[in-house]
Design a protein around this ligand. Structure first.
Ligand SMILES: Nc1ncnc2c1ncn2[C@@H]1O[C@H](COP(=O)(O)OP(=O)(O)OP(=O)(O)O)[C@@H](O)[C@H]1O
Ligand SMILES: [Mg+2]
Length: 266
């Protein structure tokens, strides 16, 4: 369980970025975080895994405190973040080294490294690319390697901060299906996104406005009850189609059903 208790954060004193945030995310949830540019989403994502520390209040993961230096290593291993720009995420020379580097860093025993490497590459369908160098990979493939490097740590929580925003539709679909598979396996998946299509598949959505939690509930409720355009967000295509159908004919097009069909989600 990940909890925020009255969290306040600023980069510059007097300019609050996160204010009095209370939040609990249970193991195995699929949560989307949305809001206008600059509302504090990435800051919240970094507070979650201790890359940033609250100025007031606390962030805890299963009893570990991000503010306790002695807990931080454990937290970094259990909560991984994939960032927006695939270019920035490679540290080493090959796909294989990238993943091994992370494992050596957390002192995984030598005999376990190769099975973890294989499992992680298989999970993102990059087994055949282990000898490749970053410049030989597409943006989508680099993101998959970034995900593999995190999966090799065997985390419980994975956060995607706009991880699909530089990718084309196919690249995005691949990452989305990886997210779903990880969720199906019981991992907590947290997705910061501007793509409202991605929000539809979440079980829960958090709307952030000026560093505060404005809405916390099911995506359908967000789209039906909140005027999201006020927050610079757009209704998903399927919901717009549904609304149009509703206006022009009594035929009920269930947008949740349409999405399930599109993504073959059961
Ligand atoms: N390193 C930093 N130093 C100073 N201010 C920062 C820093 N990072 C972010 N900010 C400011 O904090 C606020 C929240 O930024 P944050 O990156 O969390 O927003 P966001 O919701 O992720 O935005 P976006 O949708 O554009 O990614 C913004 O006003 C931003 O300018
Ligand atoms: Mg951001």
């Amino acid at each position: 369980m990940l909890t925020f208790d009255q969290v306040r954060f600023y980069y510059k004193k007097g300019q609050p970025v996160v204010e009095n945030l209370d939040l609990t995310i249970e193991q195995g949830e699929f949560v989307a975080i949305v809001g206008a540019n600059g509302c504090g989403k990435s800051t919240i994502a970094k507070l979650m895994d201790g890359l940033l520390l609250p100025k007031e209040g606390s962030v805890k993961y299963n009893g570990l405190h991000t503010s306790k230096q002695s807990d931080l290593n454990m937290i970094h291993q259990q909560i991984g973040i994939v960032f927006q720009n695939p270019e920035d995420q490679f540290i080493t020379t090959t796909v294989m080294d990238e993943i091994i580097f992370g494992l050596e860093n957390i002192r995984v025993p030598r005999e376990d490294i190769h099975s973890r490497l294989d499992d992680a590459l298989r999970a993102v369908q990059m087994e055949d690319y282990r000898e490749m160098m970053p410049h030989q990979l597409s943006g989508g493939q680099k993101q998959r390697v970034a995900i593999a490097a995190i999966l090799a740590m065997r985390p419980n929580v994975i956060i995607f901060d706009e991880a699909t925003s530089m990718l084309d539709t196919q690249g995005r679909d691949q990452i989305m299906s990886i997210m779903h598979e990880l969720h199906r396996q019981g991992m907590t998946v947290i997705v910061v996104t501007h793509h409202m299509e991605e929000v539809l598949y979440a079980e829960r959505v958090l709307l952030i406005h000026q560093g505060r939690l404005e809405f916390d509930g099911e995506p359908s409720k967000l789209f039906l009850e909140i005027d999201i355009e006020k927050y610079q967000l757009e209704l998903p295509f399927a919901v717009r189609v549904h609304n149009t159908f509703h206006l022009i004919s009594p035929v009920r097009a269930d947008w949740k059903e349409m999405i399930r069909l599109q993504w073959s989600i059961n």
